[in-house]
Design a protein around this ligand. Structure first.
Ligand code: IPM
Ligand code: MN
Length: 362
């Protein structure tokens, strides 16, 4: 298969972890005879520094022309603590999501058996955790009208949703549940918010077309508690933009490191793949950042194009690195391995596993 992949390394540890994902994709190309073309562009703080714009037109156009976008990370502390900053790195990511129409953000949360000890939660609590969050990504409070009054003493952000915005992601979430364990939990705050009541109404109606899927409703405050108390009760979680942002970080704790969680963002015509972690500026250029989330994002990219065997080869190589302890210090404080070595190990094992696959095919 020929694929045109836009690479957006972004800020902080983004370039380092993305480079490992590319290594793995190259191993896939070599092993399974594909041809991927990579084109790189700037986004975020580095784009502000170089071009005065967190999402330059050249970057946006490159992404629009590509079959898929592989994204590193975004954010820089020099903007975080400046309430007066006119441009922010995050605006680049938000605009990119909006412009590419990436309305569905899919975030799988699973525990790796070899990392059970890494979780701050007890093994009996996390055993069997395997759920996927469907987070709405281009609406809600992130994109509603913002306002600050003239003397800067009153501010507001509008949370708005239309039936159409809710229904398109709801259909994807129901379909996902149908292919999994047939359970969908809508997370909202319908006891307080009008927008949440619209979500309930629309999702309940759509649920009638998916009679096999058991639909449950959960208030977000309770969901925050349930994810930690009993994560294995969840199969597919459907939720709006900001609630999804918050509970997915919470979900990442279950597996022991936020450096493990990948995500896919999909729209009608585009797809982007990125770790759920941020730019972790303290670790920049130290060769300690965990590349697994980025590598697993590349596996999700392969799956998006139907390259299931290839994605499986990546996942198996990742499992092997975790089992053998070829991991970064976030997973093992005594680890001698850096970002690059973990990337090399996974890439080499894709080639080896791939050879097995080819032999089996014969
Ligand atoms: C995420 C991030 C982004 C978000 C930030 C960087 C704008 O936290 O992808 O979860 O809030 O959506
Ligand atoms: Mn987030």
């Amino acid at each position: 298969m020929n694929l045109n992949i836009a690479l957006l390394p972004g800020d902080g540890i983004g370039p380092e972890v993305l480079a490992q994902a590319v290594k793995c994709l190259q191993a896939v190309e070599e092993t399974f005879n594909h041809q991927f073309i990579y084109r790189e562009a700037v986004v975020g703080a580095i784009a502000i520094d170089r071009k005065g714009n967190p999402l330059p037109d050249t970057t946006l156009n490159l992404c629009k022309e590509a079959d898929a976008v592989l994204f590193g990370a975004i954010g820089d502390p020099k903007y975080d603590n400046d309430p007066n900053a006119k441009v922010r790195p995050e605006q680049g990511l938000l605009k990119l999501r909006k412009e590419l129409g990436l309305f569905a953000n899919i975030r799988p949360v699973k525990v790796f058996p070899s990392l059970i000890q890494n979780s701050p939660l007890k093994q009996e609590v996390i055993d069997g955790t395997d759920f996927t969050i469907y987070r709405e990504l281009t609406g809600g409070i992130y994109f509603g009208q913002k306002h600050l009054n003239e003397d800067g003493t009153v501010a507001s952000d509008l949370c708005e949703y239309s039936e159409q915005e809710i229904s398109r992601i709801a259909h994807l979430a129901f379909k996902a549940a149908k292919n999994r364990r047939n359970k969908l939990t809508l997370v909202d705050k319908a006891n307080v918010l009008e927008s949440s009541r619209l979500w309930r109404k629309v999702v309940t109606k759509i649920g009638e077309s998916y009679p096999d899927v058991q639909l449950e409703y959960m208030f977000v405050d309770n969901a925050a508690m349930q994810i930690i108390l009993n994560p294995s009760q969840f199969d597919v979680i459907l939720t709006e933009n900001m609630f999804g942002d918050i509970i997915s970080d919470e979900g990442s704790v279950i597996g022991g490191s936020i450096g493990l969680l990948a995500s896919a963002s999909a729209g009608e015509d585009s797809a982007m793949f990125e770790p759920i972690h941020g730019s972790y500026p303290q670790a920049k250029a130290q060769d300690i950042a965990n590349p697994i989330a980025s590598i697993l994002s590349a596996a999700m990219l392969l799956e998006h194009f139907g390259l299931y065997e290839e994605a499986m080869a990546v996942r198996e190589a990742v499992d092997k690195s975790l089992k053998k302890g070829v991991v970064t210090p976030d997973l093992d404080s005594k680890s001698q391995y850096g970002t690059n070595q973990v990337g090399d190990f996974v890439a080499e094992n894709i080639v080896d596993n791939g050879d097995d696959f080819n032999m089996n095919d014969e």
